[in-house]
Ligand binder design. Structure first.
Ligand SMILES: Cc1ncc(COP(=O)(O)O)c(C=O)c1O
Length: 416
């Protein structure tokens, strides 16, 4: 997959005045692919004494020249790490190039990015259309923002989500999607949702955490803003919290315009994120393979009611996945017969796969969404969203596929 080479990014600087700063990073040829871009996409030797690996600027503040206002336009003058920091810019540039946006901003967590976007882009009375199968934290945030700020939220169930044209109305200002969804991995037609949103002048925001930009690029499909929990596959090693927002320059300038919401990424976490990003292409390729191998191997197992995997058992979703994804990712969810006690027996029998929440890391993880990501939701709400008490979500890592298949099938055998 070759990413087009959008305009070089500029540093955030004072976004109120939108100064035209010179490009911070060396431009790459337009023909480079994803992995090449991840390795070479944030070169800035002039600032970093020629260092191949950009250093960690672990400083809160920077000496700046007396003529700051003129000097900042050279692209090498910084003010204060909550506003801008060269280490954070490296990771921002890699993610910007990966998603094909004009600008990327990093936050202290995925929820930091999502809350900054929603709090900035919505005003009282402006309607949001959102899937009711989003990540639990996003559901909680929108559920809180609705009454708190007078923002009507129109929740869309999976059974209605295939007709976006009938759900987005002239009063809709913002649509929030995930595809595949968490945890039951439904696939939604991003292009069709973008067209429906744009017809009424609404913005489409897509949380691309599950798919990763290696497998799916929502901006190219018409989305206005891509959000990430970079804590997950982008970081990839379960050792940092981070969030990202990517999109057009003018839209990014509307999000937390004065850097006062305070959810910023620390320079050390930004360094770890940039380091993790360099291997994203390799890791996601293996996770795609592990997801497919595990979904195939466990399908039909006597312990299972159902296997959830993007496009599996649903021709319409399969067709959408084929159109908009280049790989299905490493997420699989298993619906165990016998509910919670059997799911727990399965988890206890795992020898390699960690029992832990989160996803997208090099090590495989298994968790029960009803007790982790969706723990604030009632039994009825969970049932409505297809999250049964016996649902176990798997995030497959980069281990050898046959080892994962063996560990998981042995634990399923034990659970029955
Ligand atoms: C799809 C999705 N979006 C957002 C988040 C929130 O990210 P963070 O935990 O980095 O705040 C998560 C966390 O699990 C997630 O799965």
């Amino acid at each position: 997959m070759n990413a087009p080479d959008p305009d070089p990014a500029t540093s955030p600087g004072d976004r109120k005045k939108a100064p035209a700063r010179r490009p911070l990073f060396e431009a790459l040829p337009g023909w480079v692919g994803v992995s090449t871009r991840l390795v070479h996409g944030a070169r800035r030797p002039d600032l970093n004494a020629g260092a191949v690996v950009a250093p960690i600027y672990q400083t809160t503040t920077f000496h700046y020249p007396a003529d700051y206002s003129e000097a900042r336009d050279t692209g090498s003058v910084y003010l204060y790490t909550r506003v801008d920091n060269p280490t954070r810019e490296v990771a921002e540039e890699l993610i910007r190039g990966l998603e094909g946006g004009e600008r990327a901003r990093l936050y202290g967590s995925g929820m930091g990015a999502i809350s900054a976007a929603l709090l900035s882009l919505l005003r009282p009375g402006e309607e949001v259309v959102a899937l009711d199968t989003l990540y639990g934290g996003t559901l909680d945030l929108l559920g809180w923002m609705g009454p708190q700020f007078g923002i009507p939220v129109r929740w869309v169930s999976e059974s209605h989500a295939r007709e976006p044209e009938s759900l987005v109305t002239p009063s809709t200002r913002l649509v929030f999607l995930e595809s595949p969804t968490n945890p039951v991995l439904h696939v939604h037609d991003i292009q069709r949702w973008a067209e429906a949103a744009h017809r009424v002048g609404a913005l489409l925001l897509v949380d691309n955490t599950f798919a990763t930009p290696v497998n799916q690029r929502p901006l190219a499909l018409g989305a206005d803003l891509v959000l990430h929990s970079a804590t997950k596959a982008l970081g990839g090693h379960a050792d940092l919290l981070a969030g990202a927002a990517v999109g057009a320059d003018d839209l990014l300038r509307r999000i937390d315009p004065h850097d006062t919401l305070g959810s910023v990424l620390d320079p050390f976490a930004a360094f770890l994120l940039a380091r993790g990003l360099r291997t994203l292409g390799l890791r996601v390729a293996r996770q795609n393979e592990n997801g497919r191998r595990v979904a195939e191997a466990v399908s039909g197992h006597r312990a299972l009611e159902r296997v959830h995997y993007p496009g599996l058992n649903d021709p319409e979703e399969e067709a959408i996945a084929l159109r908009q994804m280049t790989g299905r990712g490493g997420m699989v969810a298993l619906d165990l017969k016998g509910g919670l006690p059997v799911a727990r027996r399965f988890l206890r029998a795992l020898r390699l796969v960690h029992v832990a929440s989160s996803l997208g890391s090099v090590e495989s993880l298994a968790s029960i969404p009803g007790e982790t990501s969706h723990r604030h939701h009632s039994a009825e709400e969970l049932a409505r969203r297809g999250i049964s008490p016996g649902l176990v979500r798997l995030s497959l890592g980069i281990e050898d596929p046959e080892d994962l298949v063996r560990d998981l099938t042995e634990a399923l055998d034990h659970a029955t």
